[in-house]
Design a binder for this molecule. Structure first.
Ligand code: HEM
Length: 402
């Protein structure tokens, strides 16, 4: 029976009578390896992966593979190093199990969202990531988020997440977190947020991304049209340089607003004894930091955005000459639209290495997980440099692939 059984690691199939050499120089036959298998797969204690096939020439596929990736080193005291899946074990395609500090985590749902990209994690399927988590240094937020995926002790794992009842609407609870709120809100989870018990109210608080262009593109055209027909009285062609200037000013002004609102308003720490301020902070921005993967709460809902826009529009009247005002307002609205779409893309897009968006996505990930008090620019880093809050991205050996 045994002779017909074969098992594999990724694309490598091990057969019974063939000898395999491990990194500790012990020779094991496929049969030995299989004898140590369990119903869940094969667990090899204290050995690094099989790298050399004795009965054949060097197995170049394997060697190439093991050299071209970052392998976790063996830490003998941590016992289990690798878990090999047997062919006859039904592998659940919806699971991606890794081990960390002796516990099992199913990170299938993290792969696409992982700020370090999905490709770098793929080789670790079934493996221990103790070392990988440290050599690729990870923030406290990353380790907290990791616990979201733990399979065992699900109920007990985080003292801090039990401060609220995740089965009840959160908005009425966060105010009571008091001095624990700031710590709680900056530790991300991989769950959607429920604010209200009422479905109707709840629906008002979520915004699919396409609502933003659907609402703001007509507003932009309206502002530009107003500028041409009222401010310039149809004298459009002669005024092109003036119009371009006003729109550019508007866009630049937006980048400044984006930075200032994000830094001074969205990241303003609410007083621990004020339930109202804590709740407002959570509503405005806290929920996005608590649940950064909640796609429905990523872009700014159009209704409060328009209320803010009305306030700003009144202010433009004081700042810009009448002939420029609507164009400048149009420029601000264009800047805002680009910002919100960029923000969505930074969370959900997969930009290629060396592109502007690739850098901005990494930059924004650092803001979310490691440096909450820096990296406030989303569409650009301009004002972070001006005000000394720029984040330096670390050099990576390999480009991230999301
Ligand atoms: C399998 C092993 C893993 C490897 C090799 C790995 C690798 C990386 C790398 C290279 C980065 C840096 C990205 C950059 O500089 O832009 C990164 C960032 C990050 N990773 Fe992982 N990662 C692993 C597992 C995990 C796991 C299990 C989590 C759990 C949540 C996680 C969460 C994060 C987070 C939140 C960041 C953003 C930066 C930070 O907060 O530290 N990673 N990872």
């Amino acid at each position: 029976m045994l002779a017909r059984r074969r098992f594999h690691r990724e694309d490598i199939t091990f057969s019974d009578e063939t000898q395999y050499k491990t990194s500790r120089d012990s020779l094991l036959t496929g049969r030995d390896l299989f004898a140590a298998s369990t119903d869940e797969g094969f667990i090899l204690h204290g050995e690094t992966p099989v790298v050399y096939n004795q009965s054949q020439e060097k197995d170049t596929r394997m060697v190439e593979k093991s050299e071209s990736r970052v392998e976790p080193k063996v830490t003998p005291h941590n016992g289990i190093t690798r878990v090999y899946q047997a062919d006859n074990v039904t592998e659940n395609p919806h699971e991606f199990i890794v081990k960390y500090k002796g516990r099992k985590y199913d990170i299938q749902n993290l792969l696409k969202k992982h700020p370090g990209g999905s490709r770098i994690m793929k080789p670790y399927k079934g493996l221990n990531v103790d070392e990988a988590m440290v050599t690729n240094s990870h923030s406290i937020a990353a380790f907290h988020l990791f616990e979201e995926f733990v399979q065992s002790n699900q109920e007990e794992y985080q003292e801090i997440e039990r401060l609220v009842d995740w089965n009840a609407p959160l908005l009425s609870q966060v105010g009571s977190l008091g001095d624990r709120y700031w710590e709680w809100v900056n530790l991300p989870v991989n769950r959607p947020i429920r604010l209200f018990a009422s479905n109707g109210l709840e629906r008002l608080t979520v915004t699919p991304w396409y609502m933003v262009p659907a609402v703001w593109i007509p507003i932009i055209f309206f502002l530009l049209y107003r500028g041409c027909s009222i401010d310039l009285k149809g004298n459009f062609v002669d005024s092109i340089p003036q119009i371009s200037f006003a729109i550019s000013w508007g866009i630049l002004l937006w980048t400044f607003l984006e930075y200032t609102l994000h830094r001074k308003l969205f990241h303003m720490k609410p007083p621990a004894d004020s339930k109202i301020f804590i709740t407002l902070h959570f509503l405005l921005h806290g929920l996005h930091h608590k649940a950064p993967f909640d796609e429905q709460r990523l872009v700014f809902p159009p209704v409060p955005a328009m209320l803010l826009a009305v306030v700003f529009y009144t202010a433009y009247e004081m700042v810009f000459p009448v002939a420029m005002m609507n164009f400048a307002a149009g420029g601000v609205a264009i800047g805002y639209l680009c910002y919100d779409m960029t923000h969505y893309y930074l969370h959900y897009g997969s930009p290629k290495a060396e592109t502007y968006m690739y850098v901005m996505k990494r930059y924004h990930n650092y803001h979310h997980f490691s440096y909450h008090d820096e990296g406030f620019g989303i569409s650009s880093r301009l004002w972070d440099y001006v005000f000394g809050t720029a984040i330096t991205l670390r050099n990576l050996k390999k480009a991230i692939e999301w």
